[in-house]
Write a protein of this length. Structure first.
Length: 629
């Protein structure tokens, strides 16, 4: 067999997987298609959005989705989801509620208030949110933005904020921004603390380095992918703190439901009585969601997620006539609203409870992921198919939430690193070629996971071995073609691309720096501690007093034993210096901007203390290896 860097067609084994999927699910059922196309006020073909420099930051020009048809390199269920998400334009949810879909990974939702548009969850990028709002105004008539309501602090729900409203309009009180409690803290911590690792892993989950098409990225299950425009942030003006809180926002009554520890640590849903419309944020998305997201984030609570949905049904289910959310499409009719709420809640409760049952029987995470199966009554439900999250990795998430990473087997307490393990596997097999021979046999038999594991073991010992790289890539490629989950497909195919062509820079969104600037003093100090290289700093002993003038805070920070210890409300007499500054002086230290430090920070004591502290800050490799050592 010839191994090279070219994409391969779907194998016979992969085609059999696809045929089995077509046998399992009712592809003749038109209902989801009818919902996705319903009330289209303006269809947009071949959408392409560019930034100010003329670069394409979002495109819906995907040839294989122009006509609804079967594609052998794409799981037929995932293709169906992709085709529905490809339907782009302005849609009516109810009289007075509208959504722009297909202009980013999420939907821009607008509600007609007395004086303007109430905008919900303004996308990832400014360029996309501005284009989406322009479409609304072009079709429905120009109105100002009168308020912004954001369901939770994930990038695809707030990043486009400055594309629809200015910071000045928010600060002067013209446009309120209403969010759930703790929104700002979680927006900053999730998108700053682990940003470098998360962005690199997001290249795999979202396929940002892949081209769209039959052998590349196709859909995410909750949209087509991530836009790559300018990400912004504005501090909110109003926080919702408890279920049942009401607000009259530009003449429209909102009844809020707090749903923390579900899809986000800070999240809320709401009901609009005058429209009989229930917004479920990301708790009901017409797909199975993630209890753990592959880019990496805090584990989500499946039990809390199920309870939040049943609570929403108890509170609003008796009268709600339309269910809508931040991704995919709405569903109409009181009976269907209640059915979706019940089925979706049952999925997360089943995953949570059955995983705990298996845990208590002694099964490990890997064993549970290969054992757990949804009941037949849920298995064929289109609105809970695993287009985004999967039963496999969600079950592992439940295990991790309760028992952590260790499966209880002492053999796995401190396993060998991949390169050393690979070397011993090669020795055991009788040499490198013997391992690859077994990998080839597994590939020919359609045992793609085993073929990939064997070939990847060789790659971790001999990263430049072309046959091992190509063989591993061919195996992963078939797994990608088979995947019903958009993120799984992207992860497999991103690994394929890097094995064949090396690591590329993922085409990511442009960071405006707003989030870092909006962190409070304590969070900035926490982030400073994360950036310090402990090995380089282990012999340092630097104690500094900080006086933050604009927030009237004081801290003592002590770099010792390689860690930055932070003492609030304390100044020590033996500190090397006292630094007096506004909060943005901390941002200048984080960025190592010496000119800005000189302007903002007054030093009483050792003039070299900042330089000595910040010289231990690490520069992260944005393209660190994943599929190879």
């Amino acid at each position: 067999m010839e191994y090279n860097d070219l994409s391969k067609p779907a194998s016979a084994a992969t085609c059999q997987i696809h045929q089995a999927m077509k046998t399992l699910l009712d592809f003749d059922d038109p209902h989801e298609k009818e919902c996705a196309l319903r009330n289209c006020l303006k269809k947009v073909e071949n959408l392409e959005i560019k930034n100010a420099e003329g670069e394409v930051i979002w495109s819906q020009r995907i040839a294989c989705l122009d006509q609804e048809q079967e594609v052998e390199m794409i799981n037929p269920s995932l293709y169906r989801n992709a085709w529905l998400n490809h339907q782009t334009g302005l849609f009516k949810v109810a009289d007075g509620i509208y959504q722009v879909r297909g202009y980013d990974m999420s939907n821009l939702t607008v509600i007609a208030g007395e004086t303007g548009w109430i905008v919900c969850d303004p996308l990832i990028s400014c360029e996309c949110s501005a284009a989406a709002l322009a479409l609304v105004n072009a079709v429905l008539g120009t109105r100002p933005v009168s308020a912004v309501v954001i369901s939770h602090p994930h990038l695809d729900h707030f990043g486009g904020i400055k594309g629809i409203v200015s910071e000045e309009a928010v600060q002067n009180g013209s446009v309120p921004i209403i969010v759930p409690e703790h929104y700002t803290d979680y927006a900053a911590s999730e998108n700053v603390y682990a940003m470098n690792a998360m962005q690199r892993r997001a290249c795999y989950q979202y396929g940002t380095a892949l081209d769209f098409g039959e052998t590349g990225a196709i859909a995410m299950g909750i949209g087509m992918g991530q836009s790559r425009g300018t990400v912004t942030f504005i501090r909110p003006t109003d926080e919702i703190r408890k279920t049942g809180e009401r607000r009259i926002i530009d003449g429209v009554e909102f009844i809020f439901q707090m749903t923390p520890e579900t899809e986000s640590p800070a999240e809320m849903c709401w009901y609009l009585p005058q429209f009989k419309a229930l917004w479920m944020a990301e708790l009901c998305n017409a797909t199975m969601h993630n209890l753990y997201t592959l880019r990496g984030t805090q584990i989500r609570n499946g039990n809390a997620w199920a309870f939040a949905i049943t609570q929403a049904r108890a509170l609003f289910g008796s009268e709600a006539e339309v269910l809508f959310q931040a991704h995919n499409w709405p569903h109409w009719g009181n009976q269907e609203v209640n059915e979706i709420l019940e089925e979706t809640a049952a999925v997360y409760k089943f995953i949570n409870d059955q995983t705990l049952l298996y845990m208590n029987k002694g099964l490990t995470p890997n064993e549970i992921s290969h054992t757990i199966r949804l009941p037949k009554s849920l298995e064929k439900v289109w609105t809970t198919r695993p287009y985004y999250g999967t039963l496999s990795h969600n079950a592992k998430a439940v295990y991790q939430r309760y028992l952590g990473w260790y499966d209880g087997n002492p053999v796995n307490l401190n396993p060998l690193p991949p390169s050393e393990q690979g070397q011993k596997l090669i020795e055991l097999a009788g040499g490198l070629e013997a391992v690859l021979e077994q990998a080839e046999k597994a590939l020919e038999k359609g045992e793609y996971q085993w073929a990939a594991q064997l070939a990847n073991a060789v790659v971790f010992v001999h990263p430049d071995h072309q046959k091992a790289r190509y063989l591993c890539a061919d195996a992963l490629e078939q797994l990608g073609y088979q995947a019903e989950s958009g993120p799984w497909r992207n992860c497999y195919l991103n690994g394929v691309d890097e094995l064949r062509h090396g690591v590329k820079t993922g085409r990511q969104a442009k960071n405006s720096g707003d989030l870092a600037r909006c962190m409070d003093s304590r969070m900035m100090l926490d982030y400073l501690g994360i950036l310090i290289d402990g090995e380089q700093a282990e012999d340092k002993d630097i104690k500094l007093n900080l006086a933050i003038t604009d927030t009237q805070e004081k801290f003592c920070v002590h770099l010792i034993h390689g860690a930055l210890l932070v003492y609030p409300e304390l100044h020590e007499k033996d500190a090397r210096a006292t630094l007096t500054m506004p909060r943005m002086g901390l941002a200048a230290m984080l960025s190592r901007n010496e000119d800005l430090q000189a302007k903002l920070i007054q030093i009483d004591g050792d003039p070299h203390c900042i330089a000595e502290l910040t010289e231990t800050i690490t520069d992260f490799d944005k393209r660190f290896a994943i599929i190879e050592p």
